[in-house]
Design a protein around this ligand. Structure first.
Ligand SMILES: NC(=O)c1ccc[n+]([C@@H]2O[C@H](COP(=O)([O-])OP(=O)(O)OC[C@H]3O[C@@H](n4cnc5c(N)ncnc54)[C@H](O)[C@@H]3O)[C@@H](O)[C@H]2O)c1
Length: 366
């Protein structure tokens, strides 16, 4: 395997998140280049390859893993496939970038971490909020003492529901919006507060507008209580109209900051005619809209991929790993259990044999 020059990357998947990865490597191309893409639907990988000038195309990712020059593989497939793919990538001796949420179960998280350790490859957890410039700035200020002792971090992500059919199928996703987007907020609060121990989780979930499409929740609220006394408040929705909303707030004994990732960087616009694209999942570009510029950069995706490539070269130490993904997984379990029981859940909460996190909402452990 090459250990100098640009890191050679393979992407598994060819749709929404795969496009973001491919585009991110093009936006900041100095550390890595995508040399292959694998996706099972005939023509899809080839379409992505054509758009981003990727030389090798596969329908079976296992074939891609035989390509010797590939050093790092990014997983942008449905959640239920993350574990098997990670194990296969690691066993092929390549570094892993796994999209959020890490996987379906705690057993899978352990297997992923153990296999990567055994094979001597990195397991990098693709939580881009750790790289979003606006959020990074707030964290820097917090770390410099700007807000005194932090007692509350809020993070929320809301839109009117996902783009792909598999998200609605809890067998493939593992849960609804809490699993899909609550995982961002959990990771964010944990990271922002300096990875304190989690003491207690309280959550409420409901399905308001998409009950015809899914058994999953389309709205969730979760309180994380940490041992140092700080709290995280994580709000997520697939029931919110008007396109993507992503924001955070931090409160401390000496200050406060509000950061609105998209609307805060948007261009308030009125148009009778509409135009090409406003922001992720916006239903229209007519009337009042809030187009965002440099959307991927505002989210931190290109910066995230550069960091991962630099970690592969040993130039940086990974700041978001499989262990972070495992922490999120445990909090997801506790959140579903809390919503199912209608009570708070004390940590640690590590039940074995749970097939899908959402099962703990359907049938909480008594
Ligand atoms: N970080 C983020 O903000 C973010 C945003 C969107 C999605 N994601 C995550 O990325 C992952 C993919 O989501 P998406 O939105 O791209 O979904 P998608 O439906 O747009 O694409 C899924 C891709 O997986 C491929 N796939 C399915 N089975 C496969 C297999 N056996 N082998 C190889 N490829 C296979 C499909 O062909 C498709 O290309 C999910 O885990 C999701 O949670 C993360």
């Amino acid at each position: 395997m090459a250990n100098k020059g640009k890191v050679k990357v393979g992407i598994i998947g060819s749709q929404f998140e795969a496009t973001i990865h491919a585009e991110s490597f093009q936006i900041l191309p100095h550390e890595a280049e995508v040399v292959a893409v694998a996706s099972p639907t005939p023509g899809h990988a080839a379409d992505l390859a054509k758009k981003y000038n990727i030389p090798n195309v596969y329908t079976d990712y296992r074939e891609m893993l035989k390509q010797p020059e590939i050093e790092m593989v990014t997983i942008t497939a449905p959640n239920r496939l993350h574990c098997q793919m990670t194990v296969d990538i690691a066993n092929a001796g390549k570094h892993v970038v796994c999209e959020k949420p890490l996987c379906m179960t705690l057993e899978e998280a352990d297997l992923m971490i153990e296999t990567c350790q055994k094979q001597g490859v990195l397991l990098m957890y693709a939580e881009e909020l750790f790289f979003a410039p606006k959020y990074v700035k707030v964290k820097e200020m917090a770390d410099q003492g700007a807000f005194g002792d932090l007692y509350l971090v809020k993070q929320s992500e809301k839109h009117f529901g996902p783009h792909g059919a598999w998200f609605w199928d809890v067998n493939q996703s593992g849960g609804g919006v809490f699993m899909d987007m609550g995982c961002h907020g959990i990771a964010f609060a944990y990271w922002f507060l300096g990875r304190p121990k989690l003491k207690r989780v309280t959550a409420r979930m409901s399905t308001h507008v998409h009950g015809n499409l899914t058994r999953g929740e389309d709205n969730s609220i979760c309180i994380l209580e940490f041992e140092n006394g700080a709290m995280g408040l994580i709000e997520d929705s697939w029931a919110k109209r008007g396109g993507m909303d992503d924001r955070m707030e931090v409160y401390g004994s000496e200050g406060v900051a509000y950061a609105n990732l998209l609307m805060g960087n948007a261009i308030p616009t009125f148009s009778e005619n509409g135009y090409g694209y406003a922001v992720e999942k916006a239903p229209t570009t007519k009337g009042w809209t809030y187009p965002v510029f440099d959307e991927l950069y505002n989210y931190g995706f290109p910066q995230e991929m550069v960091h991962f490539a630099r970690c592969v070269r040993g130039k940086e130490t990974c700041i978001v790993t499989g262990e972070d993904g495992r922490f999120v997984q445990e909090a997801l379990y506790a959140g579903y259990q809390s919503a199912g029981l209608g009570q708070s859940v004390e940590m640690p909460f590590k039940p074995q044999g749970v097939a899908r996190p959402i099962d703990l909402w359907f049938n909480p452990i008594k």
